[in-house]
Ligand binder design. Structure first.
Ligand SMILES: Nc1ncnc2c1ncn2[C@@H]1O[C@H](COP(=O)(O)OP(=O)(O)OP(=O)(O)O)[C@@H](O)[C@H]1O
Length: 357
């Protein structure tokens, strides 16, 4: 990537000999300002992330973020369009040019649903989760961990394809901690770089002799899944009330009840969010679960116009209880019957009887 940049009077910048017009401010992160710019040559929109580097270490961190973007060419990881460093008054600023994703972050989508009093259907959750896991798998397979996975760091394309972004906290996934001093260094680093309400329990009190690995991302993934289900992070309220997140994450996650999502999804959430990292699954196992659930879970919005609200089994019974919500129009009755037939086929192997309500 070239190092040339000029700021012209008409509000344009040049990176790698290509000019971009400034359009408007987009957002502000904890470490950066993000602007919308338009390529003069290609007419495309880009997000320009500007990071103020206070010292040599800050510059190195920004350089690492650039390198992490370059390392991956994956449909679920945001690519890099260009970058440069500019020096001003003894300080440097990293300018990272990224493809602009108009729909914005997963968090902004969840906020809109919450404002409308709506929710995210299970099938949609599974689709987004699968994409996030595919991006994570690419990172973990190459020995890296994201370390700051959260709904504001996932962008959603128009077709709901998620893109992992903000690779500024990424590092090698395996960190071997030998002694109290190293433990404190890792803990202080996590306090700065891993968002508190999505931070894995083992990063709050790092033990003197331990291995931190990519399962910190799995914890954060659980928090992202929880956010999609309940439109807020599991520890958002704890943090907002000023209570201790470090303490709260030691207990098993509480799933608000009644919950309209399938038991499989609730179980998946509980297994992902194990406080003990040794008991947390890896991303491959989660991808397998999602695959199974996508193929077999009937507790989703169907394209037949009816919605299965609940599937469950009474204790000690082989009967399956199904609560089916049919849309009110008469035409949907026929469709409801086809959902029943479909489910009868799905479950006939495993269950002697299905009770419909
Ligand atoms: N390519 C993009 N397309 C659209 N919006 C973007 C893009 N990149 C960043 N943004 C917006 O800017 C916000 C901040 O970006 P980013 O998370 O990279 O900054 P940050 O300073 O590292 O933030 P933090 O560390 O607080 O998460 C994002 O949450 C998103 O709303």
């Amino acid at each position: 990537m070239g190092q040339t940049l000029c700021i012209c009077s008409r509000g344009s910048i040049t990176i790698d000999n290509k000019r971009y017009y400034f359009i408007q401010k987009l957002d502000e992160g904890g470490f950066s300002y993000v602007d919308l710019v338009e390529g003069v040559q290609d007419g495309r929109f880009y997000a320009l992330k500007r990071i103020l580097c206070h010292d040599r270490e800050g510059r190195q961190e920004a350089q690492t973020e650039v390198e992490m973007h370059r390392l991956f060419s994956h449909p679920n990881i945001l690519g890099l369009a260009g970058h440069t460093f500019i020096e001003r008054g003894g300080k440097s600023e990293a300018w990272i040019l990224l493809p602009y994703v108009q729909k914005g972050s997963l968090w902004s989508v969840l906020e809109k649903l919450r404002d409308k009093g709506s929710f995210m259907p299970e099938r949609r959750i599974l689709k987004v989760l699968q994409g996030i896991c595919s991006g994570l798998k690419a990172m973990h397979d190459r020995g890296y961990a994201h370390r700051d996975l959260k709904p504001t760091n996932v962008l959603l394309e128009e077709d709901d394809r998620p893109l992992l972004m903000d690779l500024g906290s990424m590092n090698r996934s395996r960190m071997e901690v030998k002694g109290t001093r190293e433990a404190m260094t890792v803990q202080d680093w996590a306090a700065q770089r891993c968002t508190i309400s999505y931070r894995a329990p083992e990063l709050f009190n790092v033990e003197s002799h331990c291995v931190i690995d990519d399962r910190t991302d799995i914890w954060s993934l659980g928090c992202v899944l929880y956010s999609m289900m309940f439109l807020e992070g599991p520890y958002d309220m704890v943090f907002q009330k000023g209570d201790s997140v470090a303490l709260a994450v030691q207990n098993p996650v509480t799933i608000p009840q009644p919950c309209s999502y399938s038991e499989s999804l609730q179980n998946l959430l509980s297994s992902i969010m194990g406080s003990n990292p040794q008991e947390r699954p890896d991303v491959n196992w989660i991808l397998d679960q999602i695959q199974d659930m996508t193929c077999s879970s009937p507790n989703t919005q169907t394209n037949m116009g009816s919605r299965v609200l609940h599937v469950g089994q009474s204790r000690g019974s082989r009967d399956l209880n199904v609560v089916l919500l049919s849309l009110a129009r008469p035409v949907d009755l026929r469709k409801t019957h086809s959902v029943c037939e479909h489910m009868q086929n799905l479950y006939s192997d495993k269950h002697q009887g299905i009770k419909w309500y």
